[in-house]
Design a protein around this ligand. Sequence first.
Ligand code: ADP
Length: 955
Amino acid sequence: MASSGIEPHASAAENIDDTVRRLAVERSHDLVVLCDLEGAIVYASPAWHSIGWDPRELAGVTIRELVHPDDLGVSSAVGEQLGAGASVDGVTVRLRRHDGTYTWFEINGSGVLGEDGELRFTLGTARDVGEREELRSRLRDLDAVYRFADAVAGASELGEVLEAALDALLEATGADRASILLSDEENVMRFRAWRDLSDEYRAATDGHSAWAPGEKDPQPILVEDAAAAGFEPWLEEIVRNEGIAALAFVPLVRRDQLLGKFMLYRNAPHAWSEREILLARTIANHLASVTERTRAQQALHESREQLATILRSVDEGITVADTTGRLLYANDASARQFGRASVEELLAAPRDEWEQTFEILDADGDPFDLAQLPSRRAYSGEEGSSILLRRNRETGEERWLDVSANPVFRPDGSVELVVNVSRDITAERLAERRRQHNEEQVRFLARASELLVASLGWEETVAAIASLAVPELAGYLVVDLLDDDGVLHHVVVAHADPELTDLVEELRQKYPPTVPSHPVQVAIRTGETQLIPDLQAVSEEMAHDAEHARSIRRIANTSGIVAPLIARGRMLGAISLGTIEPQRPFDESDREMATELARRISLALDNARLFAAAQERAHAAEALEYVADGVFLVDELGIVRLWNPTAALSLQRSASDAVGRPIAELVEGWPSLSSRIPVASGPDAAATRPETLPVEVDGQERWLSISAVRFPGGTVYAFRDMTDERAVEQLKTDFVATVSHELRTPLAAIYGAAMTLRHREVAVEQDQRERLLDVISSESNRLARIVNDILWASRLESGRMQVEIERCDAAAIAEEVVEVARARVPEGLRLLIDAPDGLPAIAADPDKLRQVLANLLDNAVKYSPDGGTIEFEASRSGGRVRFRVSDEGLGIPPAEQDRIFEKFFRLDPNLTRGVGGTGLGLYISRELVTRMEGRIWVVSDGHTGSTFFVELPIA
Ligand code: ADP
């Protein structure tokens, strides 16, 4: 651009006058200014009006005051150049308009020398290039935005995008530093990219936000001068320490969401121009959308990466092959499965090389048809899966694989790829086998238990278990038991090989397992099951001598287990199990089984022992079943444990009802009763005399002669039911009283009569004499009958009474008896007899029959104090002759009708109105009738008389 300034020593226009020159200057659109050496304006041309200045106002104003603060550097450089005598051409600076805004000017300048050649003034012209510069800076901004967009397009991750954004911002705004912060998941702003910021500054301001997290339309915040911004003191200090003077906070907003912010910093106070803010916002908008997109991409990328990581880290071998069988992809697990160090090695390996390394077998161990491999079938579009056993031909290592293959089709339906997934299920298979093995063990134990429970003869049981265990579970089995002296004896010996059974037997005989290190000894000593994984290795330790060791080797047990037999804390012995080829050697899993088996055998042994003891006891219990004494056992808790049949009968409770129940519930008033029972303190203690005590049974009193013996588990009570005996006793006592009374009455009468007759002084009239003699005779008779009864009863009891059966005439005897009775029938009583002719003869003892019938007639008379009719009848009844004696007297209550035939039994005196008797008549009658093979009974309603019957067989 050509200078329009005054040429101080121009020669071409020397002749043009100053006026013209002035005119030229004054008409120029360029701003013309003449400054002194201090930079103060001496002259300003009228064109200054164009930017609002009155040229006169400008006199004395320095150029620095008019230059934009950001351009001061440039302008002072210009000043220096001019001062050095150089001229300046086309420098662009912003000059302040009168209204305070700035616009761009292109300035040219040169020095004006005095006549002495010294620099006196500087002259400058300035052309308004505002529009041009505006355009240019717009272009630059646009360029920055484009370049940013470019950088973003090429960036694959958010970090790169942020870096590009920072570059673009710094370049476009001319800011000294910049940073980008993004909100994290918790909505806290975090530094993600920055330029020229210290760690301290970032650490202190990280998380700081100028806007509330949820703010809808956050606006940029511009700080021209941090010192005057009214920051909180801590922030102001940090900002100052960092050397930051001006800051711009530009929000990154996307879809009303505050994603983060831009920060622009200047080291000097700075009025942020609209343009800068606009640019920052433009980039911010762009960045926000890019951030969002990049984040989404990153998430996608990450998820892809995750998938890849998953594929890498899964245990399933995954490969992808094309239709030629070439591997396109393989994960780490597949490499491992093929025995390769890395995926790369696997991918590089020749296609079917694995076929030489591995042998493929099916689940049954037969060779697998390779054409049927799921991967091969997938080439023809089939999907499928198989379980394979893969054996390494060299090492023999076996792996179980569950392989499946899926074809991936092209749009045209042809197979493009095959995806193979193979899972190593060796561990599962082993676990499965282990489980099966365990199940077998459980089944074995169950069967052993059945055997043990079924039979109580433990010898057969253990033998049965041995044959069950050998060879299914073990090849060798020995049971050794300790005797009472602690010496071991083998009781069962079994070997899968019958020939070796004898050898084992022989060996055990010759070399009992007494060596302290022998597993049997260890098991017995420690009470713990011993597992010997390699028996041959320890054969020397177990052996007594070299020959023994050789024999152990011959038995060829590969492994062994010895389990102690313990029951109720007592060591009984041990069971030894051994495996032989080709059995699987025992391992830890078998220890449990052996222990369990030992436990069951111990139980069986213990049961057998207990059973033997129980049987002894059972014999005793059996005896108790038959004893006539009542026996019951009450434990220390008062529960009945034994209740023999006699006890059941006497106490009216069945054993099933009584056993297991508290004795106090079974026996009325047990507490007071038991306190009176004499108890011996042990079986050996001196026998105690039983006590006869009353016990209420079903409302009736029974007398028990009872005693007890206490033993550790409880008390045994033994008793005898004395109720009947006691009743007899009572009757006897009563009898003595009755008989004394019965005898005294007639004796007193006889005595009285005799004394009267003897008295000489008293003259006894003849008829009185007769009466007295009658009394003596009848009372003697009565006495005789009483004594007779007693005699007969005593004879009957002692067995000295004989009956002599003969053919006799029933009617004749009946008539005789009635004839005799008539003499004693008092007034008011009628005696009728009905004894038809033609009654058959009977087989009886006639004297005894007379005695019986006389007694019945006698009673009928005696017990009819109010008179009435007595009927006597003899008639035929089937093969018998029946005598009937009926009266209309006191009658007999039905409840007592059986008892009147008992010895000494008499009805309550209230019921007999004091009629005397011995209670022996009916007893004697029954005894006699029974001996004559007849029957006697009574029928009475208890108050309108009684009817007695006697039946005797026809002769
Ligand atoms: P006793 O000498 O007491 O009569 P018995 O053995 O003859 O003895 O009779 C037993 C009891 O039976 C009698 O005491 C009486 O109570 C009762 N008894 C016997 N016969 C009769 C009867 N005909 N009527 C009422 N009670 C009778």
